[in-house]
Design a protein around this ligand. Structure first.
Ligand code: HEM
Ligand SMILES: [Ca+2]
Length: 655
């Protein structure tokens, strides 16, 4: 019946379909018309990639091994009741439900993630994978300290804004919920004194820190509560799927919330606006939480801890800064829309401003961020770049946009490697005025609204180099990070990332090689096509067998692809996710002829959006570089905000 239908279609429809070829033509035409030179004037000639990493959706099934059986692809849909959809609603729901009218739970918050590759659990259900020898896999912390050390390697041109916008997109599209996290915070899998418990609670994974390996560490145990999954929702699909706490779509749920209640709690209900507080300097900041939560350890009425659509806003100051940027943008758009349409009521202005902000955010994501992360050639070849004119009519209702486990539990976490341990504050003359140590400011955003720090943080994001995405991580997140404020919940982020992959049942690296069109490695030496010899040696020292190697570790060791921050298999899986988040989103801003589509003149205006313009609108910064994800240089000079065309929203004026 119905269930059977949805199983079969995705594969037969997306693999090498005529739609793919049609799109190819469109892209070629654009190139001839010189769309190239528009935003990336400095872009070099295309770099030939001898072994291009395609994304599985666009691969011929004979090249990519589609490991999942068709009937497994949307298995988890059965776990959740079918929401009632309003077919004529031109606006997105808050939780992402009903985006797909046929499969209305796709992408909905608090439903299960989806898999693109067969899970590997040792019991076929939920227990983490073992070595093919039957023994336990090597300890995550041991791998981390052996291979994922702290070595300072700056990216040559990418700035920290790449890191920050990527974290925004992360929180927009994924939120791993932990088992038994309640009023007391997440489950504690280690003793208070940092030692390892004799008997491990069954909802825990545990990373022991061995005496031999690290005699001087004061910790003996890293707590890793397991992720909430379908079994916790009373649904017995096998193997389990982990729950995702936010709407999968790139819909600014970080700002608006992923449920109706949250979204209403942060609205002002006047002229469409979001609530805000005035800082000492008369500028807008997010409002403070009223009472303490797990992620906000407020002690005084005056403690600054922000409330917005997503509770992770306070995790580190730059995350707060960019969320404030989005809030200011929303309220700015409300003013503009109200001026053009004085008759619109609060609800109408709110929804129209939200729709427009999401479109701008998607445009920045696909036009500016995705080409930097994945490489411009890769983005173009895989239809990820926006068109330069006209509507895109390629919405694919059989493409599942739900957050992919391999993306959230491994591939996209690779950008943790781009984090810097010290954050620079920078003045208008682009001089560094101070530096803060990241670990001093986890969950302490009050620094953001002191003096003109907001602008100084933003300039810092624009001028400070990101770290390279490689096997190295700053100790600020591997040694000095905490999961929640003031609870001595020590966390080693790269170790947890690695362990989280096992928690999610991600198979070993070798399977991803095949998924992404590479040969299966029979021996460690076969990894040489992607990984340097010395790193292969390091892998063979910690792992028993090449089939044991974790995807996260090997992916970090892969040489990056031309023009991309990522290696072959991360580029492939991250590319697949961005492809689905575009063509599987009925409300994607470039689509025409959908109930929520923009008018053509509105779309053309949205396409003029750049991150530079948004920063100029929302701050007291007077100049920005054109290519906002690269540090300023003679090839990427600062330009005055006055020279950047303001948005012209006259196309939003109703008769
Ligand atoms: C200082 C900055 C950051 C901190 C402190 C931080 C911290 C964390 C923490 C504590 C987790 C949860 C780990 C777990 O229990 O599984 C996490 C998850 C994650 N982070 Fe970060 N992160 C930072 C920046 C970034 C950036 C720049 C990216 C860019 C892509 C990113 C991507 C992710 C992803 C994809 C996840 C998994 C999300 C989920 O499934 O919930 N993070 N991060
Ligand atoms: Ca979202």
């Amino acid at each position: 019946d119905n269930f059977q239908n949805e199983r079969n279609k995705p594969n037969s429809y997306t693999y090498g379909s005529p739609r793919t070829r049609a799109k190819n033509d469109v892209i070629k035409t654009n190139n001839i018309q010189g769309e190239e030179s528009q935003h990336f004037t400095m872009s070099d000639e295309p770099v030939l990639d001898s072994c291009p990493s395609k994304i599985p959706s666009l691969m011929d099934p004979s090249t990519s091994i589609g490991f999942l059986q068709p009937q497994e692809i949307s298995l988890a849909d059965q776990c959740f009741s079918r929401p009632q959809c309003d077919f004529f609603n031109p606006f997105r729901t808050m939780d992402g439900s009903c985006n797909n009218l046929q499969y209305p739970t796709w992408g909905q918050a608090n439903t299960a993630s989806t898999r693109i590759i067969q899970a590997n659990y040792s019991d076929g259900y939920a227990q983490p994978r073992k070595s093919i020898s039957g023994r336990e896999l090597p300890n995550a912390r041991k791998i981390r300290t052996a291979i994922l050390q702290d070595i300072d390697k700056s990216s040559s041109k990418n700035n920290l804004f790449v890191m920050q916008y990527a974290q925004i997109v992360t929180h927009d599209t994924e939120f791993t919920l932990l088992k038994e996290s309640g009023p007391n915070g997440p489950l504690k899998c280690c003793n208070e004194d940092g030692s390892a418990p004799e008997i491990l609670p069954k909802e825990c994974l545990q990373i022991k820190i061995s005496d031999n390996n690290e005699p001087h560490s004061k910790h003996r145990c890293l707590s890793v509560p397991r992720a909430l999954d379908t079994s916790d929702r009373g649904c017995n699909i096998k193997p389990v799927r982990q729950m995702i706490g936010v709407s999968s779509f790139i819909d600014a749920s970080i700002l608006y919330g992923s449920d109706l209640e949250t979204s209403r709690s942060i609205r002002k209900f006047k002229n469409g606006k979001l609530r805000r507080q005035l800082g000492p300097n008369g500028k807008s900041y997010l409002p403070n939480v009223k009472k303490a939560t797990e992620l906000c350890n407020v002690t005084l009425d005056s403690t600054v801890c922000y409330v917005t659509g997503d509770p992770r806003v306070n995790i580190q100051p730059d995350m707060s800064v960019v969320t404030i940027l989005l809030m200011r943008l929303h309220n700015y758009l409300c003013d503009e829309l109200k001026r053009l349409n004085p008759k619109w009521d609060d609800e109408r202005i709110y929804q129209e401003a939200r729709r427009l902000l999401i479109a701008m955010h998607q445009h920045v994501t696909y036009n500016e961020l995705v080409p930097v992360i994945l490489g411009k050639d890769f983005a173009r070849e895989n239809y990820l770049l926006p068109l330069s004119k006209g509507f895109d009519d390629s919405y694919d209702q059989y493409l599942n946009p739900t957050t992919i486990t391999s993306f959230t539990a491994a591939a996209f976490r690779s950008l943790h490697s781009s984090i810097r341990g010290f954050i620079e504050l920078v003045n208008e003359a682009r001089k560094i005025t101070s530096k803060i140590r990241l670990s001093d400011f986890f969950f302490k955003p009050d620094i953001v609204q002191k003096q003109d720090n907001y602008d100084s943080f933003t300039r810092g994001l624009l001028t400070q180099h990101a770290q390279e995405v490689d096997q190295y991580f700053t100790e600020e997140i591997s040694e000095f990070a905490v999961r929640i404020p003031d609870r001595h919940q020590h966390i080693d982020l790269p170790s947890v990332d690695l362990e989280r992959g096992r928690d999610y049942g991600e198979p070993s690296y070798n399977k991803f090689r095949q998924l992404c069109g590479l040969n299966e490695a029979k021996t460690f030496d076969d990894l040489i096509d992607q990984i340097d010899k010395k790193d292969i040696d390091a892998l063979s020292k910690v792992y028993e067998h090449v089939d044991d190697v974790d995807y996260y570790v090997a992916g970090l060791l892969e040489k990056s692809k031309p023009g991309s921050m990522l290696g072959h298999t991360f580029q492939c899986v991250v590319g697949e996710m961005f492809f689905r988040l575009k063509y599987g989103d009925r409300f994607y801003y470039e689509f025409g002829h959908q109930i929520g589509s923009f008018k053509l003149d509105q779309l053309e205006e949205i396409r003029k959006t750049t991150l530079g313009l948004i920063v100029c609108i929302t701050s007291d910064i007077y100049s920005v570089q054109r290519n906002m994800f690269e540090v300023p240089s003679s090839r990427n000079p600062l330009v005055s905000c006055n020279s950047i065309a303001k948005l012209n929203l006259s196309a939003w004026k109703e008769e």
